[in-house]
Design a protein around this ligand. Sequence first.
Ligand SMILES: C[S@@+](CC[C@H](N)C(=O)[O-])C[C@H]1O[C@@H](n2cnc3c(N)ncnc32)[C@H](O)[C@@H]1O
Length: 253
Amino acid sequence: MNPSESDIPFKPGLAAAGIPMRDGIWQCLDASQVQGSNARYMRMYDRLARWYDLGERWIGRLLYGRSIARMRRELMASLPWRPGCRALYVSIGTGMDLASIPADLNAIRLIGADLSQGMLCRCRAVWARKARLELVRCQAEELPFQDGAFDIVFHVGGINFFSDPAQAVREMLRVARPGAALLIADETAEHIERQYKRSLFTRRDFRDARFDLSAIESCIPPGVLNRRTRLLWQGRFYCITFSKEGARPCNPA
Ligand SMILES: C[S@@+](CC[C@H](N)C(=O)[O-])C[C@H]1O[C@@H](n2cnc3c(N)ncnc32)[C@H](O)[C@@H]1O
């Protein structure tokens, strides 16, 4: 398919130049150019992609019961879903949150971005026929979309260890329309210490990882509206919601 025929608001220059597609996923990333912690986590998620959903369903349920699913529902319920709205999920992974969106998935236009082709392939295999969904491989720090194109921009699980979280937040705000709702959520330092640094699957990649929630909060510019940080899942996750300044406010629900 030609990028200009798709439902995705790609930057005009990119669309005109042509964007390759692999396994049904638009390729806006040269993997050999990915650097810093992004390169490390891209490799890790490509390796884990096959096991990611199983890990959450079985190990996650064994350790935490149904509390992860409850938290995902709470996160998705914080956003103002409306029929016809266009939403961007940055770091969609395998799409575990899509089941928790309180809306008809065929009535919203959902675009999922991620840097791991492995995670995107899993996402496509599970969700392509159940949702109006298009997938784009790119880095959060360099989104290939037009300014002001989305009614909702959200991110769950990843930003703590992006190479450049401040640049990712700037990009999320750039592609959000004035008044759009934004949500950024990820694990707290306490959960990273207890879970990721101890788990057999992740401890090697997280051994030097340091995280401070105030560093992420400081990436959000002062001009945004209705900004609020909440802790969820008994303090294991944080969620920051806000709206982009502009004419048509769209308060998080
Ligand atoms: C913990 S998983 C979360 C996936 C999904 N959001 C969820 O909640 O299940 C983190 C995801 O972030 C993606 N990721 C990591 N760094 C990224 C970056 N700089 N830009 C885009 N995606 C990134 C990884 O490939 C992975 O799919």
